[in-house]
Structure formats: structure tokens, C-alpha cells
Ligand binder design. Sequence first.
Ligand code: ACO
Length: 179
Amino acid sequence: LQHSSISFRPILPSDRQVLEKIHSDVFPIRYESEFFQNVVDGRDVISWAAVDRSRQDGLDDELIGFVTARIILSRDSEIEDLLRASRSEQALLYILTLGVVKEYRNRGIASALIREVIRYASNLPTCQAVYLHVISYNNPAIQLYKKLAFKCVRVLYGFYFINGQHYDAYLFVYYVNGG
Ligand code: ACO
């Protein structure tokens, strides 16, 4: 992202419509209205928006990418067994959604968003890891997480159920603070 006009900021209530539109454009599953409300209100959800400051016609603050994440207690997570023996307050950052609009892909924007998540997690002393699920056919996303040194620790057979069909998921983890 050298010399680029892309910048990152929190997601705001005024982003709601565009946020919903991009989610429905890029994901095969529908998200509830409650999810979007929680994201824009920052209620239990931590998020970053990417915008292109060089866009004309008042679009310089419009979302072109986003990442949303939630804090989960390690002991309530499905990867407790993969973590350093955890004290009760230990936590994880679970990535809920990540997306970049088509016109802005392959410029490092998703990588920069994930690096923001990792930096945030690293600065939370109780946070042990960042983790996420990705559908097994999503090669761009799988390559992205591998490139950023996430480890694939599990295959979840039939984890997703979309239009009457089951799809496997990979569980990727990035350990922070000694994991
Ligand atoms: N094919 C293969 N690898 C790819 C591709 C692709 N089309 N796109 C990205 N990558 C990999 C590459 O390793 C790339 O590194 P490189 O440029 O050195 O080759 C690396 O990802 C970084 O790419 P970025 O430019 O940072 O990624 P981008 O900004 O294009 O966004 C994303 C990638 C988010 C997967 C985008 O394609 C997208 O929005 N897809 C639809 C939504 C989606 O799949 N989201 C992730 C689902 S998982 C989840 O939400 C938890």
C-alpha cells in the first residue's frame, strides 16, 4: 500500500447500507440485520473499514473493504485444546467477515486489514490468538491467510450449509502473545 490513497478507519453507523451491500455481494451466506447493527454500533464487534481518499464525487469516505471480529473467551472456544493452558480470562479474536470490493482487489488491502486485526490482538495482553473459518473452495482467501502466516489447524467437514449443500471449512489460527 505504498504511496496509496487507501486509508483505514472504524466502521460507523453511516456505513450501514454500503456494508450490507458489500456483504451480500461477496458472501454466499446472508447475515442478519442484527449483525450489521452490532458492527456499526461497535457492540461486541471490532471492525475496520478501508476507504479510498482519492475517489471523486463524494465517495472518498465510502467503504471499499472491511474486516469484522469478535472477542471470544478461550475456554468457550473450539480451539481451547490448541492453546497454552489458559487462565480463565484468556481470550481470542475471531474474524467474522473480511471483504474487499472487486475493483480494489489484489492491491494488498485485505492484507492490511488483517494486519490491523493482528496488531490489535497483540496489544491485548490476554489475547492468545486470532482465528477464523474459511470455506474450503475459497482459494484467494486461503492463500491470503497462508501468506500472512496463519496456520491451518483443522478441517471441519460439512461446516457450511449453503443452498442445500454441505461444504467443508478450514480453521486458521495466528498465535499472538505466546499463544
Ligand atoms: N487468487 C489467489 N490468491 C489470491 C487471490 C486470488 N484471486 N487474491 C488474493 N490472493 C492471495 C495472494 O496470496 C495475495 O498475495 P500476492 O498478492 O502476493 O499474491 C494475498 O492473498 C493478498 O492479497 P490482497 O491484495 O491483500 O487481498 P485482496 O485485497 O484482494 O482481498 C479477499 C482478498 C478478501 C479474499 C477478496 O478476494 C474478497 O473480498 N473475496 C470475497 C470475500 C471473501 O472471500 N472473504 C474472505 C472469506 S473468509 C472470512 O471472511 C473469515
